[in-house]
Design a protein around this ligand. Structure first.
Ligand code: ADP
Ligand code: MG
Length: 591
């Protein structure tokens, strides 16, 4: 390898959508980034393949994927190879930021212009903001990659300033005193074992395709309070866990992700909006900026950052956006933070891979996805995890949007293999407006110490399953032939489904159920399941009795639904088990 710092260039010889070829005469490195200069703008690209030039023995041909809109690019345009892989700028100011899939700030750009221009390369992090830096090392200390040299408050988050992960053993030669600095200023100088000096700042660039290592990887065990009842009761996700959330169009994937953004108990939430409608993304940015974090009362954005790579932006950038977002997540995990990353939708990400491999002429796998799509998906989810060494965790919840809601397709299947948890959204439930449409009978969970005991959880599932079976019997042989005792079981299951599994994401009170509320609900549910309710027939025939049972359960369900929307105080919360008990005893319970 010659001097990599020397300017190395090439010229475009072919343009095929986001895939371009360039002829070069110097060295080129696999995976390095390049900039294509188009009418004074610089478009970001990544080297995918290097081959000899059949027409010129002194030259080579590189194949590159371009992440930005190539409009205006032409044969002969200059390509400058950068010598560095695709990377993300890490440092204070990440939180509250909204970028496109390449970490170009979206708000910044839209102040002057409502559209994102290709290759504008505005700084990814604000360079003017001053941060109160407090050093935590002194001259002569030994440090290496990932070590903390100080910290700055980033809102409520204690943002640790790290030695870049690529660094080996170094000695601190100088470090500034406690002071206000921006991300372009030097805060320390360290000397490596060869005697080379390196300047450290608050921010550094980190390659995104290789993971930031764990200190001591652990199995996720502690469940996250997501606020969504069906999840926290039946299919909890642990800190550091992974979940695939497939569902057909309109089943409620995005609504669920937004709900997780708002209510999941975590230090940091990273949202990668990938390939979904532009309007949807804009709504998110606007809505979230105004929303309060229910735990701190501050703006929700103070604990968030968003990568918005909408369907109107170049497809190739989707691939980058997920890796970039994951790297930001790993960075905060390394600082000991509980991070939840949401990707909506990983199918759009996989489509980007499919388009690229198609253009590259790779031998296609099932449904034209690259052969190695299962490995790529696994690789992505494996970057999530709990780290005992740092006490941080990165939880990764990705939606999958299979065409026609067919869970047999490759991306859904590979996601099911790769993730610990699986929340399948059902078309039938969505059609019936049973939201969130996670089928309480079709899911898997990766943590078993949820918010209620395993036995209670199994009881609940079995009550739901029994009701489901009886429902099927009713539709096949008719209500008449179903014994009253079975009909009561059916009504119990319906009540649990309607009052507990279903939840209104748009109601201030109902949208979020915390563990203490779950406990009260669980008490009521368990009592209802094990109850032996004596509905007296009196003069009624079988049909009338069933009708009257249905009415009584309808009243309970109505009462319970109202409680879902209104109960907030401890006293109001306690009313639910009492009311259910009175219902069981056939006493008046209305308050
Ligand atoms: P997807 O992302 O799966 O295509 P969306 O998340 O956009 O679907 O949901 C489609 C619609 O379903 C929403 O606009 C909303 O009206 C409704 N919906 C989904 N989940 C809920 C929920 N938990 N509570 C109320 N309405 C919901
Ligand atoms: Mg959606």
């Amino acid at each position: 390898m010659k001097d990599i710092n020397k300017k190395r260039t090439g010229t475009l010889i072919s343009i095929q959508d986001s895939l371009v070829k360039a002829r070069f005469f110097d060295d080129v490195i696999m995976g390095e980034t390049a900039e294509i200069s188009v009418d004074g703008k610089f478009l970001q690209a990544e080297v995918l393949q290097i081959q000899p030039d059949p027409k010129n023995a002194d030259a080579g041909i590189v194949e590159m994927q371009v992440f930005e809109d190539l409009t205006g690019a032409k044969i002969g345009d200059e390509v400058v190879f950068k010598g560095t892989p695709l990377s993300v700028l890490l440092g204070p100011g990440l939180l509250t930021s909204v970028w496109d899939g390449l970490q170009n700030p979206l708000y910044k750009l839209s102040e002057e212009d409502s559209y994102l221009k290709p290759g504008m390369n505005a700084p990814a992090l604000n360079e003017e903001t001053l941060w109160d830096f407090t050093p935590s090392v002194k001259v002569g200390d030994s440090v290496s990659g990932g070590d903390v040299i100080g910290s700055v408050p980033e809102g409520k988050v204690d943002h640790k300033i790290l030695v870049p992960f690529s660094f080996g053993a170094c000695t601190v030669e100088s470090i500034i005193e406690k002071s206000s600095v921006n991300i372009t200023q030097q805060v320390a100088i360290v000397v490596d074992e060869l005697g080379n000096k390196h300047e450290l700042k608050l921010a550094f660039r980190q390659p995104v395709k290789a993971p930031i290592p764990f200190k001591e990887r652990a199995i996720p065990t502690k469940p996250i309070s997501t606020g969504t009842r069906v999840i926290d009761l039946l299919a909890p996700v642990g800190y550091g866990g992974t979940v695939g959330n497939p569902g057909p169009f309109g089943a409620g994937k995005t609504v669920l992700q937004h709900s997780l953004c708002k209510y999941a108990v975590a230090d940091i939430i990273i949202m990668a909006a990938c390939g979904e409608r532009a309007g949807e993304a804009v709504e998110v940015f606007k809505e979230f900026a105004e929303l309060e974090d229910p735990t701190t009362g501050e703006s929700l954005m103070n604990r968030m950052c968003i990568f918005g790579n909408t369907s109107s932006m170049p497809v190739a950038a989707r691939e980058a956006s997920v890796f970039i977002a994951l790297t930001v997540g790993e960075y905060y995990r390394y600082q000991g933070k509980k991070v939840v990353m949401l990707a909506d939708s990983t199918s759009r990400w996989a489509q980007a891979l499919r388009e690229r491999s198609g253009r590259q002429g790779d031998i296609p796998g099932p449904e034209a996805f690259p052969m190695d799509i299962p490995d790529q998906i696994k690789g992505m989810y494996q970057r999530a995890g709990d780290d005992l060494g740092t006490e941080g965790s990165l939880t990764f919840i990705g939606t999958v949007s299979p065409a026609g809601g067919n869970f047999q397709e490759p991306v859904t299947q590979a996601t099911m293999d790769a993730t610990g948890g699986f929340w399948g959204l059902s078309q039938d439930r969505a059609d019936a407006k049973k939201y969130p449409a996670i089928d309480p009978l079709v899911y898997t969970t990766s943590v078993y110490n949820g918010f209620v005991s395993w036995k209670d959880r199994q009881n609940m599932i079995s009550a739901l399953r029994t009701a489901n079976d009886i429902d099927q019997t009713i539709s096949t042989i008719g209500l008449k032939k179903v014994p009253v005792s079975n009909y009561i079981q059916f009504q119990k299951g319906q009540t649990i489904d309607f009052c507990v599994m279903q939840q209104d994401a748009f109601d201030k009170v109902d949208a979020c159920t915390r563990p203490e509320r779950l406990e009260v609900i669980n008490e009521a549910v368990q009592n209802l399941i094990s109850s032996n309710i004596d509905f007296e027939a009196g003069e009624m025939d079988d049909e009338q009795l069933k009708e009257s049972i249905k009415q009584k359960f309808d009243e309970l369900r109505q009462w319970w639904r109202d409680w879902n929307y209104s109960a907030t105080t401890e006293e109001q919360l306690a009313q639910l088990p009492g009311a259910v008990n009175k219902f069981i005893l056939q006493e008046e319970y209305a308050v």
